[in-house]
Design a protein around this ligand. Structure first.
Ligand SMILES: *Cc1c(COP(=O)(O)O)cnc(C)c1O
Length: 382
């Protein structure tokens, strides 16, 4: 059985350099907030074409620290409402609660799966303070329209860029530079993945960057001097050293993802399967996930499974349906709910074996809408 994502294969490409970086940190005896983190922050800021990057513990903290920092700077009211899409990973909403703010969910657009600027505007009320745009599956949300809405209502516009490392808009601006601030995750399976948990905040705003830098380290900019009640959420030296090695591959990896996505788009052809949109320009999609849509999704997943093709669902349960968010369970989000029942993520990653690529295409094209009632061995794909 193939893997949905073969991290061993991806990391094996850099084994010598990762090992060398590990030994460098091991022998330095310096493990938290040191030269590797500083160097990675500079390199990542450059890659995103922003002035500042601040390494933190993970993507959830990156987002909550942005919100906390804005509260502290007086640019976001404590307890403010923050608008975000219902169809995102739960961390987007958790970050809002963690910062003492209130998540307000909106539905995505029907076919792009991205946060809908029109619905965002309709959800704005007197207590709204910020909008979080999630670049879901690696495709940039419509930041121009969201910026217009945000400016009109004097709101902060924040990117949840956890899935979109390597995406660029029409004018060549990078993800991470498209809002007031952006949060990144370097969880191992992301487009840029560490060998553990890691994250970063990017921004052109020196005040925001400084506030996050202080918050991540117990609210301290100077040892034993604590100006605010901060947290411990630092990127460590080992992960920073691993990320520096892996960052060098990011552009090539994203190109490989785009090439593979183009191939799926050209060669998967089945009226039962709706293919994802590319977006404009094509660089605005970093193809973290290739998500198709199918009314008979469970049958498609079972059929692919029988053909030896692993798939996943991102995400099967919308936020308002999670037990953790029972306060939102009275709301109805029909578009999100229908999508959650129909979406399926196909394997797509750099260095994906050609045999698997071909098997995915062939199995999708052979899907007839149901799983043959045969024993797995004789299933419809063989
Ligand atoms: C992965 C992810 C996060 C959380 O990142 P962690 O590093 O796992 O905390 C947040 N938002 C989105 C959209 C993600 O995909």
């Amino acid at each position: 059985m193939h893997r949905f994502l073969d991290l061993q294969l991806l990391n094996a490409r850099d084994e010598a350099e990762l090992t060398e970086a590990f030994l460098r940190v091991l022998r330095s005896g310096w493990f938290v907030l040191g030269p590797e983190v500083e160097a990675f922050e500079q390199e990542f800021a450059k890659a995103c074409r922003v002035d500042h990057a601040v390494g933190v513990g993970n993507g959830l903290d990156a987002l909550s620290l942005i919100l906390k920092a804005y509260c502290q700077l007086g640019r976001l009211a404590k307890g403010a409402e923050v608008i975000l899409p219902d169809n995102t990973f739960v961390a987007t909403a958790l970050a809002v609660n963690e910062a003492g703010c209130v998540p307000v969910l909106v539905e995505p657009e029907e076919h792009s799966f991205l946060i809908d600027p029109q619905r965002v505007e309709a959800a704005i009320g007197p207590n709204t303070g910020a909008i979080i745009a999630v670049h879901l599956y690696g495709r940039l949300a419509d930041m121009d329209r969201l910026r217009t809405v945000a400016d009109k209502h004097n709101l902060l516009l924040i990117e949840d860029a956890a899935q979109a490392h390597g995406a660029f808009d029409t004018s060549g601006r990078s993800v991470g530079a498209l809002g007031d601030a952006a949060s990144f995750s370097f969880f191992p399976v992301k487009n840029l993945g560490a060998l553990g948990d890691a994250g970063a905040v990017t921004s052109d705003d020196p005040q925001l960057a400084e506030a996050v830098r202080c918050l991540r380290n117990y609210g301290s900019s100077e040892k034993y001097v604590h100006t605010v009640k901060g947290v411990n959420s630092r990127l460590d030296e080992l992960q920073a050293a691993m990320l520096r090695v892996k960052l060098r591959r990011l552009d090539d990896d994203i190109t490989a993802r785009r090439t593979l996505a183009q191939r799926y788009l050209a060669e998967i052809s089945n009226p039962l399967i709706e293919l994802p949109q590319v977006g404009k320009p094509s660089t605005s999609h970093a193809w973290h996930l290739f998500v198709v849509r199918c009314a008979a999704r469970d049958a498609l997943q079972a059929h692919l499974q029988a053909c030896g093709i692993p798939t996943l669902i991102h995400y099967p349960v919308p936020i308002h349906r999670q037990a953790a968010y029972k306060e939102l369970s009275g709301q109805t989000f029909p578009i999100t709910e229908q999508q959650a029942g129909e979406i399926l993520s196909l394997p797509l990653y750099p260095e994906m074996p050609e045999a698997l690529v071909e098997a995915v295409i062939e199995a999708c094209n052979r899907f007839t809408g149901h799983v043959a009632a045969a024993k797995p061995k004789e299933s419809s794909c063989l």
